[in-house]
Write a protein of this length. Structure first.
Length: 176
């Protein structure tokens, strides 16, 4: 009788070991955002408060399907090929690990306006879902203005350390 209780306890402990473990990957979007607010904004300050969204919306029409990498030290060959989104199944081990919101508790209110959804005036800031190429992880922080914008490509390794970053600009031309 005592052995059955002991075996049952051991069985439940073995099953629940996964429940106590952390997600396999760091929260790359948060790391890239923190780097943006602490380092990039010191080098490239914005003229007005920038709107940042607490909620990460990966299905947004703002999604970028490539990595602007021409300005990185280590180039990506044919950057449109072999670049994938980080797989959800590897990114979150269980439902409770899902991270759908940035931690914005320590942002400077003089530099940022926090919004729940993609509404409001420009400039806006979008933090995109991580892209993977071999062992390289890329998070694009997109600073969007009315007819232009900047991409800050942040390269991280699997442990979440920032390896490189760069800035690219674009302009939107509307023909009537």
């Amino acid at each position: 009788m005592n052995n059955r209780i002991l075996y049952t306890i051991i069985f439940f402990l073995i099953i629940n070991v996964n429940c106590f473990s952390q997600s396999e990957y760091p929260f790359y979007e948060q790391l890239a955002f923190n780097f943006y607010k602490d380092t990039i904004l010191e080098i490239y300050p914005v003229e007005r408060k920038i709107i940042v969204f607490k909620s990460l919306n990966y299905d947004s029409g703002e999604e970028i399907y490539y990595v602007p990498s021409d300005c990185l030290k280590t180039k990506l060959p044919n950057y449109g090929k072999n670049i994938e989104k980080l797989e959800y199944s590897k990114y979150w081990r269980r439902f409770e690990d899902m991270r759908l919101e940035l931690d914005l508790t320590n942002v400077d209110k003089k530099k940022f306006k926090i919004r729940k959804f993609n509404r409001g005036n420009f400039p806006k800031l979008f933090v995109h879902y991580p892209k993977v190429y071999e062992n390289r992880i890329f998070v694009i922080v997109h600073e969007k203005y009315q007819n232009s914008g900047k991409y800050y490509t942040v390269e991280l390794n699997k442990t979440g350390e920032i390896i490189d970053w760069c800035q690219s600009k674009y302009e939107t031309v509307t023909l009537h």
